[in-house]
Design a protein around this ligand. Sequence first.
Ligand SMILES: [Zn+2]
Length: 401
Amino acid sequence: MTVWDDLVGQEKVSAVLDAAARDADALVTAARADEPLPEASKMTHAWLFTGPPGAGRNQAARAFAAALQCVSPDRALGGTPGCGFCDGCHTALLGTHADVTTVAAVGAEILVKDMRDTVRKSYTAPATGRWQVILVEDAERLNEKSANAVLKAVEEPAPRTVWLLCAPSVEDVLPTIRSRCRHLNLRTPSVEAVADMLVRRDGIEPEVAASVAAATQGHVDRARRLATDPAARARRAAVLKLPLRLDEVGACLKAAQELVDAAAEDAKQLAEEMDGRETEELKTALGAAQGGRLPRGTAGVMKDLEDMQKRRRTRTQRDSLDVALGDLTAFYRDVLALQLGTRVAIANADAGDALDRLARGSTPESTLRRIEAISACREALDRNVAPLLAVEAMTMALRAG
Ligand SMILES: [Zn+2]
């Protein structure tokens, strides 16, 4: 077992990262901590991980972070760094390593104030670990100001600092940043590879694993969530029932409202799990007496936290809606496949009856139009159109007949 085992269907990427981690390890072991990287090293200061949603770009970056912090004694005996078990690996994977900083977008954008402390930290030496690792998930959400702050830091890295940026594609990152990064592209893993991983790692029944892997088409996290979370399965089942219900205007409007409500409910659930605890933790950190007033001058910090939580709620709602739209797209793709008689694997075999009925009751042209309507809805949501408005326009366009 190594940290690379969790990267499903990414053998090439794992090999490159493994080689880099070995060089990085040899360097820290042999050299003085402030020595620059040698020219020939397979290690470098900035990496860009790209790939379609669900292929595991964040996981790849995190596995690499773990390998860089690995302190397993086996390394000296020729073992590869990234054992997965030592203190360095373990805390890096958990996200609690003092020298692995993760930045994730909580809203539509990563603001410069979200990056300020991290950028400052990137100029310092690691505290206890071997490298100072900065992992930016959603690097495509850096805005102009925060991207420029990152660019400056990537241009003049401290000797032991490594930036790991994750984004859907290279086009999502400023050219000036990506030209300084080594680029690794992850592929969508095969349905078989995902199913195999669910059985091997998560102990899922082979039949269930095969079905959720097919339904999510190589999206590892979604597949795992569907296999383990009954609520997620119920939501997907409800989404797949929608197409047959959309026969008149009233039904379309109702369906739109349900989709938006389900996403809002998802966001509310997450907020309930996290907001209260975060607020209490911050209050404790600020030294509030129990039930008493917060010390002077801390209102701004509390306000920042509330702003962040509000942005996260909006983002979660949009992400959850996007999952539903993805399920709908996969459904109509299956309809199209049946209509064209292509031999591609059907993603939603469990919705076979509905697929058959729609395939027989409509033309390939109308199915294509419906798939386009879903894309248009996603684009509208990206442009911050009010969710209900965008989804209503979509369900009207999906109307059967
Ligand atoms: Zn280790």
